[in-house]
Design a protein around this ligand. Structure first.
Ligand SMILES: O=C(O)CCC(=O)C(=O)O
Ligand SMILES: [Fe+2]
Length: 257
């Protein structure tokens, strides 16, 4: 059994990362004037870096990272699909709820690449080691006090965090004035073998690497109801916990709530 995550020391090209940081920051400056997304109240947004991520992907391929992920999780990552996104932790953001990114038996793997040094001030990710070892319902998670084992992953630019989707984690408050973007490369099992477009082995022609930077909702919808729900859960986080408590009574253990 693996530990559910591992970190690398500085391994990626800081120049490439800094260039991508500048592109995403400039694009967010523009976009935030025009659009409202689900997630802007909690302060956590999704981003699709598209063609701007091309150099970073090339850099990832030059390192041992993909093989390291294969070895660590005992899979052949080249047979997996990959999607290329980013988590943007906005200035003034709030704690996310502790969560897993998938249902327990739909496990996938994530490679996180922060584009700035991360720390307690700008909202480094918080994870709970060993929380992937069995499926936890929200109730079990609470009763067993799993959250007491949480740790912050503070990293330098060029370092990476690899984790399973089953590891409990959350985004944390960004108390600085700058965004904290973190690339997420998500590796999922290819369920449709006739479609090879999204495979890691097709990274040179991957559809996610075409077009210009976009931003997208994270956890909340950009509707009136979504806005009210986000406002409510940010102001009164207990409401979210009550919802998750009820969901974990009616759903099988290991269902993401
Ligand atoms: O941005 C982060 O630190 C984590 C975000 C996250 O886990 C999520 O949005 O699902
Ligand atoms: Fe997450």
């Amino acid at each position: 059994m693996n530990d559910g995550f591992f970190q690398t020391d500085v391994i990626l090209d800081k120049v490439v990362i800094n260039d991508l940081l500048k592109k995403i920051s400039a694009s967010y400056q523009e976009e935030s004037k025009k659009s409202q997304f689900g997630g802007t109240i909690s302060g956590h947004l999704n981003c699709l870096p598209k063609s701007e991520a091309e150099k970073l992907i090339r850099n990832v391929k030059e390192t041992s990272l993909l093989n390291d992920i294969s070895k660590y999780f005992s899979v052949n990552i080249y047979d997996y699909n990959i999607s290329i996104g980013a988590n943007i932790n906005l200035p003034g953001s709030h704690f996310q709820h502790m969560h897993v990114d998938s249902n327990y038996y739909d496990e996938f793997f994530i490679l996180n690449i922060p584009l700035v040094d991360t720390n307690e001030l700008n909202g480094s990710i918080s994870i709970i080691p060993d929380s992937h070892l069995r499926p936890y319902s929200f109730i079990k998670y609470k009763i067993e006090g799993l959250y007491k084992k949480r740790v912050r992953i503070n990293q330098q630019v060029g370092s990476c965090l690899v984790r399973t989707s089953n590891l409990w984690h959350r985004g944390t408050p960004n108390k600085t004035k700058s965004i904290r973007p973190m690339i997420n490369l998500v590796f999922t099992k290819n369920k449709n073998i006739s479609n090879k477009n999204f495979l890691v082995s097709n990274l040179d022609n991957h559809p996610d690497l075409i077009g210009s930077i976009e931003f997208a909702n994270n956890w909340y919808k950009a509707t009136r109801a979504g806005y009210l729900w986000e406002l409510l859960t940010v102001k009164v986080p207990l409401v979210y916990s009550v919802k998750r408590f009820i969901m974990s009574l009616v759903r099988p253990s290991g269902t993401s709530t």
